[in-house]
Design a protein around this ligand. Structure first.
Ligand code: GMT
Length: 374
């Protein structure tokens, strides 16, 4: 098969899923063409059967704003035609599904029968897509896609109810490479970060308001009352300055370590004793899955698709969004009970391996591609 993949190339989870999927498809001998405005960050090496096509946006004095959606359509047209692409798989509805729809219409004039699959990831449905100006277009582009997948049952159901869509949405969960993301002996690094044997809480995200990163700092301050602990914050984004201010106000600058954007998460996540995800909205929670694969129990909010991932009282705990007292209580419970922590850590790893390993999920995409291609 020849597959075109479009995604946001930045640090978000949808780009990670799209890139890892593309690399896996290439290993299964399919030819994969990424079409985006920048090289997806997990694609920065040569991979056999993987090609990258950059979308150039033209600057013309009349265009005060960049016309990315149209430039993307033009690049899709070029790649589909000259590389003989069978299927365009777009990740995140806005504007990718709309650009793909337009490309398909143009190509149909040339008797092409290109198929489009849209994978819904989260805020394309739960936040931005609901803006009145976007809603009709998002609904239309979903209805017009030949196939639609969502990364959790929650997101599939939300799409059907929020957009009043009468269409089957295939749930294909996100996945992780459990041979790369696995428990590791991180003692040397751990000593560096927590020299006095403090427990380590860990969080990674793009620091957008929905991630509620400040809540992780408040949780640490409560945990620290009971047990020596540090908080490792990985990633960057709009809320970072607020977080740094809160750390200074709470006098936690010795306890909170900001690492910024990091590439080798598989080496950092095993450092954590507990992974915190207090999000306000989360359709799946890919970074929590990566932590679970590394054997790190998760304490998260109960929003969106998180209960489908984190089994409460088994591989972590979930609490109502905003209930940081409860999240702190759960964290303390795990950090003060070695036997429980060990059991939860094993359960988390096992759940990731058994249900969300790439070996189980990538074939589901391939099966779905074949179905849509007829
Ligand atoms: O929807 C977003 O906010 C962006 C997107 C991304 O690119 O990071 O995140 C979503 O997709 C991830 C991959 O499928 C999911 O793991 C995240 O839960 C989801 N984020 C939200 O729903 C807030």
């Amino acid at each position: 098969m020849k597959i075109g993949i479009t995604c946001y190339p930045t640090y978000g989870g949808s780009g990670v899923v799209a890139t890892e999927l593309g690399k896996e498809l290439a290993l299964h001998n399919h030819e994969v063409h990424f079409i985006s405005y920048a090289m997806p960050h997990r694609l920065r090496h040569f991979f056999e059967n993987v090609y990258y096509h950059e979308v150039e946006t033209s600057s013309y004095p009349l265009f005060e704003q960049q016309l990315y959606g149209l430039s993307l359509t033009s690049k899709m047209l070029e790649v589909v035609e000259f590389e003989n692409i069978d299927l365009l798989h777009v990740h995140y509805a806005i504007p990718h599904a709309v650009s793909a729809y337009l490309a398909k219409k143009v190509l149909q004039k040339n008797n092409s029968n290109i198929k489009i699959i849209t994978t819904l990831h989260g805020t394309d449905i739960t936040l931005v897509g609901l803006e009145p100006s976007f809603l009709p277009l998002v609904k239309f582009s979903i209805e017009e896609s030949d196939g639609v997948t969502a990364v959790s049952k929650f997101l599939a159901e939300k799409t059907i109810t929020n957009y009043n869509i009468d269409k089957k949405i295939e749930v294909i969960y996100n996945f992780v490479d459990t041979e790369l993301y696995k428990p590791r002996n991180a003692e040397a690094l751990k000593k560096n970060i927590a020299p006095k044997g403090e427990k380590i809480l860990i969080h990674t995200s793009n620091f957008r308001p929905v991630k509620r990163v400040c809540d992780t700092i408040k949780i640490l301050s409560m945990v620290k009352e009971k047990i020596p602990a540090k908080l490792l914050l990985i990633g960057d984004g709009p809320d970072r300055s607020d977080c740094e201010r809160l750390v200074r106000d709470l006098k936690l600058d010795k306890e909170v370590v900001f690492l910024g954007k990091q590439d080798r998460l598989e080496e950092l996540l095993p450092l954590g004793d507990v992974f915190l995800m207090p999000s306000q909205s989360e359709s799946f929670g890919l970074s929590a899955l990566e932590a679970m694969a590394c054997g790190v129990p998760v304490v998260s909010s109960s929003v969106g698709g998180l209960p489908e991932l984190v089994k409460h009282n088994e591989c972590g705990f979930i609490a109502e969004f905003g209930d940081i007292n409860r999240m702190a209580k759960y964290t303390i419970d795990l950090l003060t009970n070695d036997k429980k922590h060990k059991k939860f850590s094993e359960n988390a790893r096992q759940r990731a391996v058994k249900n969300f390993d790439k070996k189980h999920i990538v074939p589901q995409y391939l099966k779905y591609y074949k179905k849509i291609l007829g």
